[in-house]
Ligand binder design. Structure first.
Ligand code: ADP
Ligand code: MG
Length: 693
């Protein structure tokens, strides 16, 4: 491998390159824009564009693209070459400031949830200078936000950037009260990305994986993950070669790929980068998923990013580690060592606790997708109920504050916030309670509900906004008071008291927890159609509008888009199952039955007793009949579903009826798989896919 520090970021127009290639004044102006998220002048943009183009062309790029993240959750790009004709019939390579700053892709083919109907079809992309441009496949990619002509966000980046501004403003107000100087507070994220690798050959044989990303049929393999021999196990050679290659690809793009290991399920792995600001983490995570897929192809693998590719085997998530950091390098969720740092920490901590409690619905719905529905609450991932894990020590400290009692572990009596030093508590590194959806892990929170395929922009937009809201509320209560220390103490105490119901350190997988959670008044939004409509609840519209993150119109359009996406995914899944059962599974069973019957007939003619064949033919035909009946049922129900116009009604119907009918078709078909001779079965089995790499 080449020199890593040299390789790192070699395809990125980062600060180092900017410094080398831009005139001093231009660099200063751009740096200010990046640091403070300020607008950039066109004259500066012209100089930057030209330098960017020269750099890209030297690296072999011929095109540029405004790289954006429409509501599909994927990334989009439309490539233009740098060529510009000259009067003598030749061309020069050009990129103007205007082209750098603004693009005008046709927005009509991206989901807009009604925004398109009321406004123009055209949209525009606007350069986001806070995320570096980079070269990918011979194109200079310029990270951009994507909006309609009237300014509505049509993408995931715009609201995220707005939420980052909101949380920065609110956090600065609090820091000001503590006399801490900073220019900006950034939310930081380190997303841990899980994925499966299977043989590309196997993938190509399964319509379900091709069309839907998950298996819709498949009997369990004799071995699953019960021996727990895969987690952190030694990585197989081919996989290891893949991981090395992937790391290198990511490093070139300036992505700080750091940790890699095998995960719990067979054929499952994880990659975690070093955290960065939410915007960059979100862009980088999108690039990481793309690189995972591409690199897999090179190595003869298929990378599955679906949240639940295999039934009965752990699904894949994306743990979202989140914190707040000042531009001076202070992590606001780090407890610190002095009474002042402790007090500030406790205030930010309780703000997060209150925000998560008050806006449970928003956090839950920010991770609601058809794929993730198979994971949440499935005894491998956190339940669909939001709760917070703080660990025993921190909980005991908060209890002591709350009840004005001694925290006797360290002999601290009547802990006075801002006066006493917090008793030290271990960062719960060993017992991280993997069953909690939202866990404090020493100096950050880990939100474990997001599914592996999700863009982290959504959940972080929510987190930033709801925390901004509570910080604002706190700032108001603390501003201009005579006794800051006393008011602070009371505020923290009251907030903990009022929000104790959301704190849960126990086993989130246990059967008792949903009952207990219900008693505590916590929400349990089990499915996507149940969760998504809460986006437009009055309190949620209010908080987003107040902080300038989403307008009501943008929220309503998103509800529509998300429900429609759910409906479309389920419809594709149902049609794929129908196709597989009709064209592959039933014909396979039929030929096997025929083979057995012929054998039985011949055996009888020879005077033998074909007990095995006869018995099996009977079992197979019974199951075949049931499969056929359930297939017809699924067909009928899917036709009915596709006739429902109202999105919420349709989504609910798909969830309640279509999904159930799909399960009914799968059950006898999976039983058939266990009976039909391997040669006759049309698809690679779970055993083959999960254990043969
Ligand atoms: P584990 O699997 O034990 O949870 P990993 O090392 O796989 O831990 O991932 C932890 C992630 O948390 C990394 O991406 C890391 O960079 C990130 N992280 C650490 N500190 C912060 C922080 N202050 N803000 C956001 N993310 C952080
Ligand atoms: Mg990890």
């Amino acid at each position: 491998m080449s020199n890593i520090p040299e390789l790192f970021g070699e395809d990125v127009f980062n600060l180092k390159v900017m410094k080398q290639r831009l005139p001093k004044e231009t660099f200063k102006a751009l740096k200010k824009t990046i640091d403070n998220a300020e607008p950039l002048d066109l004259s500066v943009a012209n100089v930057v564009a030209n330098a960017m183009k020269d750099w890209a062309v030297e690296k072999g790029a011929t095109h540029f693209t405004h790289w954006f993240q429409p509501m599909t959750g994927l990334t989009a790009e439309k490539h233009d070459s740098f060529i510009s004709p000259t009067p003598d019939g030749g061309v020069i390579m050009e990129l103007s400031g205007k082209e750098l700053i603004k693009g005008e892709p046709d927005a009509s083919s991206f989901p807009s949830g009604g925004l398109r109907a009321t406004f123009e079809a055209r949209g525009y992309t606007a350069w986001d200078p806070t995320s570096y441009a980079f070269i990918k496949d011979g194109s200079l990619c310029i990270p951009t936000a994507f909006c309609s002509y009237t300014g509505e966000a049509l993408d995931k980046k715009t609201p995220l950037l707005r939420s980052m501004d909101a949380v920065s403003k609110s956090a600065l107000k609090i820091l000001d009260l503590f006399g801490v100087k900073a220019n900006r507070v950034s939310s930081t994220v380190g997303p841990e990305q899980e994925y499966f690798l299977i043989e590309r050959e196997d993938y190509a044989k399964r319509k379900d994986l091709i069309y839907t990303g998950r298996t819709l049929f498949g009997a369990p393999a004799p071995k699953g993950q019960e021996l727990e021999d895969h987690y952190f196990g030694s990585v197989k050679m081919r996989v290891s070669a893949y991981m090395k290659d992937l790391d290198e690809e990511l490093w070139k793009l300036g992505i700080t790929a750091k940790t890699k290991h095998n995960e719990v399920a067979p054929a499952q792995h994880e990659l975690a980068p070093i955290f960065s600001t939410t915007n960059i983490a979100s862009d980088h995570n999108q690039l990481t998923m793309e690189a995972m897929r591409k690199t897999a192809k090179k190595h003869g693998f298929k990378c599955l990013l679906h949240e639940k590719p295999f039934a009965g085997v752990n699904g894949s998530g994306k743990h979202n580690n989140w914190s707040l950091s000042t531009d001076t390098g202070i992590n606001l969720l780090d407890p610190g060592k002095t009474p002042a740092e402790n007090a500030q920490f406790l205030l930010f901590l309780t703000a997060v606790i209150k925000a998560v409690n008050k806006y449970q619905d928003l956090l839950r719905l920010s991770v609601a997708t058809a794929g993730n529905d198979h994971r949440l609450g499935a005894n491998e991932a956190p339940p669909a109920i939001i709760s917070i894990f703080l660990g025993d020590e921190l909980t005991a400290i908060l209890d002591a504050i709350c009840n004005d009692v001694d925290y006797d572990n360290d002999g601290v009596a009547d802990l006075q916030i801002g006066v006493d030093v917090l008793p030290s508590f271990p960062k719960d590194n060993t017992d991280r309670n993997r069953t909690s959806p939202f866990a404090f892990t020493g100096n950050r929170f880990e939100f474990r509900m997001p599914g592996s395929r999700l863009s982290v922009a959504g959940p972080n937009t929510v987190l930033n906004t709801i925390v901004a809201e509570v910080l604002d509320e706190f700032a108001e209560k603390l501003t201009g008071v005579d006794d800051f220390q006393g008011t602070l103490h009371e505020l923290i105490k009251e907030t903990i008291k009022e929000n104790q119901n959301i704190i849960f350190n126990g086993d989130g997988y246990s059967d008792e927890w949903p009952k207990e959670a219900e008693k505590r008044g916590l929400l349990n939004l089990r499915s996507t159609p149940e969760a998504i409509p809460h986006f437009a609840d009055p309190k949620n519209i209010e908080v987003f509008e107040k902080h300038g993150v989403y307008t009501e119109t943008e929220i309503r359009s998103r509800v529509e888009i998300l429900l429609e996406e759910y409906v479309k995914i389920l419809n594709i899944e149902a049609l794929t199952m129908i196709d597989m059962a009709k064209k592959d599974i039933l014909p396979a069973v039929s030929s096997y039955v025929r083979k057995l019957s012929q054998t039985a007939k011949l055996a009888k003619e020879c005077g033998a007793d074909p007990a095995y064949e006869i018995d099996l033919v009977k079992k197979l035909t019974d199951l075949e009949k049931e499969t056929y009946k359930n297939l017809q049922n699924l067909e009928d129900i899917t036709v009915k579903a596709s006739g429902i116009e109202d999105m919420k009604e349709a989504a609910t119907f798909y969830h309640d009826e279509v999904l159930t009918a799909m399960g009914m078709l799968r059950a006898p078909a999976d039983q058939l798989e266990t009976l039909v001779g391997e040669k006759y079965w049309p698809y690679p089995t779970y055993g083959k896919m999960l254990f043969y790499v």
